[in-house]
Design a protein around this ligand. Structure first.
Ligand code: ATP
Length: 256
């Protein structure tokens, strides 16, 4: 394991008018570890994810990514700094094939270059860039286990495969930090098992934060568990210790 977290949030806060949706939360994400965040509806889990990805600007606190302060950066800049996220609401283009979706995600990472009059140079650069992009999307498809579904239309594959595709699209930008918002939502047991195996495969090379309601998966996957209620962290630590915490049982797990 690395000797410093890849992502570190300190006292991160987001207010919506009078409501502190996330209030002074600190999170460290380490390569080779999965950090799960659980909590009842409205606890602030999605808002926290949006703060870490730059989709929302914090009202307070600091954010570091890869050793660099990125507080207040927008989502695109943070993504270029090595963060990838999946969304609860899917980003997939349903009429396109699996391959096209992942290729587009890989291309989206390319910085848009201004027109260059030195055409030979641009062609050389483009050929080089295209090879790099291709290597990225091919690797993302392989990692996510979708090699046999390359030419399938995204709208026609199963719900579980669509979630795999969404993870492949996230991986196509080669992030070191992965934020996954309910990757198991709406899945049957067999599909959930496939995604759990995928996340276990991705763990060594990434720092991961997983927001998930499926407690079986959380306890299989998580190295560290954070429990949020009303925008605040009420408990954090090894999953077994957190499960035994009376406050957590009363606030959340007891409701299951
Ligand atoms: N854009 C917004 N404007 C105003 N209030 C918001 C906004 N986004 C979230 N909230 C409020 O912030 C609180 C936390 O919401 P959030 O969606 O982060 O919770 P959550 O833990 O992700 O819930 P769920 O499990 O249902 O997704 C809620 O009270 C919600 O109504």
């Amino acid at each position: 394991m690395a000797d410093a977290p890849l992502l570190s949030a300190r006292g991160i806060t987001r207010r919506f008018g009078g409501l502190a949706a996330v209030n002074g939360v600190s999170v460290d994400l380490w390569q080779g570890r999965i950090q799960a965040v659980i909590g009842p509806n409205g606890a602030g889990k999605s808002t926290l994810t949006n703060l870490l990805s730059g989709d929302l600007a914090p009202s307070g606190g600091t954010l570091h990514l890869g050793g660099r302060e990125v507080t207040g950066w927008n989502a695109e800049r943070i993504a270029r700094q090595g963060l990838g996220r999946s969304y609860q609401k899917t980003n997939i283009f349903l009429p396109f094939t699996v391959r096209e979706n992942v290729r587009l995600a890989a291309q989206a990472r390319e910085p848009q270059q201004p027109w260059n009059p030195l055409r030979w140079w641009r062609d050389t650069r483009d050929a080089h860039k295209n090879r790099a992009t291709r290597a990225r999307w091919e690797r993302a498809i392989e990692l996510s286990g979708l090699q046999n579904r390359l030419d399938a239309v995204a709208g026609a594959i199963s719900h579980g495969e669509q979630r795999q595709l969404e993870i492949a699209m996230t991986l196509a930008t080669e992030p070191r930090v992965l934020l996954l918002d309910e990757p198991l939502a709406g899945m049957g047991a067999a599909e959930a098992e496939r995604i759990v195996a995928l996340l276990q495969r991705l763990k060594a090379a990434h720092a991961m934060m997983l927001v998930e309601h499926d407690m079986d998966a959380v306890f299989v996957l998580a190295d560290h568990l954070t429990v949020m209620v009303n925008g605040e962290v009420i408990a954090g630590g090894a999953p077994a210790a957190v499960r035994a915490n009376a406050q957590v049982q009363a606030a959340y797990l007891g409701e299951e």
